[in-house]
Ligand binder design. Sequence first.
Ligand SMILES: O=C(O)CCC(=O)C(=O)O
Ligand SMILES: [Fe+2]
Length: 133
Amino acid sequence: MKPNQVRCGEHSDYGSVTLLFQDESGGLEVMHRSGQYISAPCIPGTVLVNIADLMQRWTSDVLVSTFHRVLLPPDDKMNTSRQSVAFFVHPDKDEIISCCDGSNKYPPVSALQYVTDRVDVSYENANKKNLSV
Ligand SMILES: O=C(O)CCC(=O)C(=O)O
Ligand SMILES: [Fe+2]
């Protein structure tokens, strides 16, 4: 196992909302507005709804995109599997996302352009990381 390995590193989702179905293994944490991570365990029969980045832009920060991550289980559960299903809800690719209060807090961007830019940055960061080890 690599140092600092996690099941899913800290990130926010790119779209409008994400519906997350997770089993009872646990491990998902979401960042509270205080900056502290808090556990978001499975509540049987419920679906977790994450606000994602384009929703934050649309609402001029009224709804805030949530950083989240999935840590490794404790040693005694290290050999157990975990399953989750994320349904990423995205606007149509050509939709222009501008602040719905007219504030222009974020410049208008097409849904596709936003996702493409985010994916580019994440690949650049991954490449930098790989080159530095
Ligand atoms: O597996 C999870 O609980 C989270 C997955 C996730 O955040 C993602 O796929 O974007
Ligand atoms: Fe996510």
